[in-house]
Design a binder for this molecule. Structure first.
Ligand code: AMP
Length: 126
């Protein structure tokens, strides 16, 4: 059982379907470890998702179960995508939601890259 509150990996999740080519995405980058594509509901001028090509439900699951090559390749892909989007100089934000309290909607590990404007406070203050 993966190490979080999300249960077993579900092959029907939307990112698994994108990886299998069953539904389209606006791809920005792909290599052997990762696929990056535009978020369908962007929350910044640039909002891209980076997902590993392997089946992990969350950051905790990925960190526990993935090989060192997968982990290194994935995180290298995240920074490669940001560089490709010309976000390195102006800066950007990387975020991952992990488990129920974070509001994680899609149970396939992914990180969000936000950029394209000053991003303000890290969290909405309540
Ligand atoms: P999270 O809440 O961290 O699980 O984020 C899931 C993200 O996936 C949200 O920002 C959604 O807008 C995005 N999303 C859901 N379905 C799709 C899709 N078919 N293509 C691109 N992004 C999607």
């Amino acid at each position: 059982m993966p190490v979080n509150g999300l249960g077993q990996y579900d092959d029907g999740n939307v990112f698994a379907r994108i990886l299998r080519g069953e539904i389209p995405c606006k791809r920005v980058y792909e290599d052997e470890f990762a696929l990056a594509f535009h978020d369908i509901a962007p929350q910044a001028p640039l909002h891209v998702l980076v997902i590993p090509k392997t089946r992990y439900v969350s950051l905790a699951d990925f960190s526990t179960g993935a090989s060192e090559a997968e982990i290194a390749g994935f995180w290298r892909a995240v920074t490669t995508v940001a560089k490709q989007l010309e976000l390195e100089t102006p800066g950007y934000r990387v975020l991952t939601n992990m488990g129920p309290n974070s509001g994680q909607e899609v149970p396939h590990f992914h990180v969000h890259i936000f950029g394209g404007k000053p991003l303000g406070h890290m969290l909405v203050r309540t």
